[in-house]
Design a protein around this ligand. Structure first.
Ligand code: F6P
Length: 320
């Protein structure tokens, strides 16, 4: 491999810039040329390709978002789109690629590998929903952002003696909800992986909490369950306690990355560049059981993951 491309794909995540910086600088140190591909696979198909050097990634390690921009691209899910992408890579002399994104992006990365472009994936998503890894770039910043927001909601919720439903992101996964539920000392945590839909039991717990003298009642609800506003209305009607819903939304995706996200993203980025410099392809960099590792992309995509039982048990013991 002589020249590598790098792109970010899917939802952005704080720490992606740290990963880009590391890929670029380590690749250059290994004698490789680097090209930045703007707007993910969509930009690849539009040939939005720029040369990068060491200074292209100066002053970005502390910045949220992604300097390469990102997009979700339907066309690249088709065989024709993938073929076109591989041809564009060849046209620009790109024989290696780093894709930073989530599962959808890795399916594309696997296809690029099969089409002869040495491709390495880096897990970048706030959702933590990539099965092969215990860490994804952006999760740490996102849970800290959500935690701080929920602390603030708790203040006003207590002052008004209200019930608050706070909806956090995560798509179909409840990791952000579970971590915030524990960290914010929530009275209830609703996870798509575990919630049985028994709203009456939830209402009974709120009534019970109020009887025990609780001034607030924070419910952390995962996006995968959703419907926080209508839930708030039903809870208020059933309990007589003023209830407000707050959907934290995209603020969870922004902001300056935490130290952990900067450091882990840097280590993962370096590993991607080193793998490419060694002629490896079709690998996904991961963090598993306390170590940085890499897996075959197809093998990684076939893995399954669930909320760790011990963490869930702790969460259940601590709510109320
Ligand atoms: O995957 C990250 C994420 O923020 C999810 O938590 C959420 O479901 C989704 O992206 C939102 O996507 P969009 O920014 O396209 O609305």
């Amino acid at each position: 491999v002589k020249t590598i491309g790098i792109l970010t794909s899917g939802g952005d995540a704080p720490g992606m810039n740290a990963a880009i910086r590391s890929v670029v600088r380590v690749a250059i140190s290994k004698g490789l040329k680097v090209k930045g591909i703007m707007r993910g696979y969509a930009g690849l198909l539009e040939e939005e390709i720029v040369d990068m050097d060491s200074t292209s990634v100066s002053d970005i390690i502390n910045r949220g978002g992604t300097i390469l921009y990102t997009a979700r691209c339907k066309e690249f899910t088709t065989a024709e789109g993938q073929q076109k992408g591989a041809e564009i890579c060849r046209k620009h002399g790109i024989d290696g690629m780093v894709v930073i994104g989530g599962d959808g992006s890795f399916r594309g990365a696997g296809k690029l590998s099969a089409l002869g472009i040495n491709t390495i994936g880096l897990p970048g998503t706030i959702d933590l929903d990539i099965a092969c890894t215990d860490y994804t770039i952006g999760f740490d910043t996102a849970v800290n952002t959500a935690m701080e927001a929920i602390d603030k909601i708790r203040d006003t919720s207590t002052s008004h003696e209200r019930c608050s439903i706070v909806e956090v992101m995560g798509r179909n996964a409840g990791y952000i909800a579970m971590w915030c539920g524990i960290a914010n000392g929530a009275e209830d945590i609703l996870l798509p992986e575990r919630y049985d839909g028994d709203e009456q039991a939830l209402i009974n717990r709120i009534i019970e909490n109020r009887k025990r003298g609780k001034k607030h009642n924070i419910i952390v609800n995962a996006e995968g369950i959703g419907h926080s506003s209508s839930m708030a209305k039903r809870i208020e009607a059933a309990t007589g306690i003023e209830t407000r819903a707050t959907i934290l939304g995209h603020m969870q995706r922004g902001g300056t990355p935490t130290c952990k996200d900067r450091v882990y993203a840097s280590i993962m980025g370096a590993r991607a560049a080193i793998l490419l410099s060694e002629g490896k392809s079709n690998r996904l960099v991961a963090y598993k059981h306390g170590e940085f590792v890499d897996y075959d992309i197809q093998e990684a995509l076939n893995m399954v993951k669930d909320i760790p039982e011990e963490q869930y048990e702790v969460a259940k013991l601590l709510v109320r």
